[in-house]
Unconditional design. Sequence first.
Length: 109
Amino acid sequence: MKKKTPYVILHFTVLMIGFLLIHGGCSKRIPPETNDAKAFQVLKAKMIDPKTGLPQTLDPNLFTGDAKAAYGVAKEIPKVLAQLPCFCDCEAYGHENLLDCFIDNHGED
């Protein structure tokens, strides 16, 4: 049994290194800030509602179907959306939370 132990450890180590190489390491990579991200931050600053301190969402009437409904909900509950993370990988665009997806037309997707 002792002779098999080094081979099991070696096999496990090789598998783990392969897994890490395939999946890009242990941590999620943060995309570099792009011009899109900088432009979004400028837009977000211009959209701040002085009453709430939160950015205003786009008018739901600019959209149709499910997108119109989503923008309608976002307009009703911005404080809730500002506390929720977004899982659509939009950090590259400068979004920091789910509300940010509805400041521009990103929520339409």
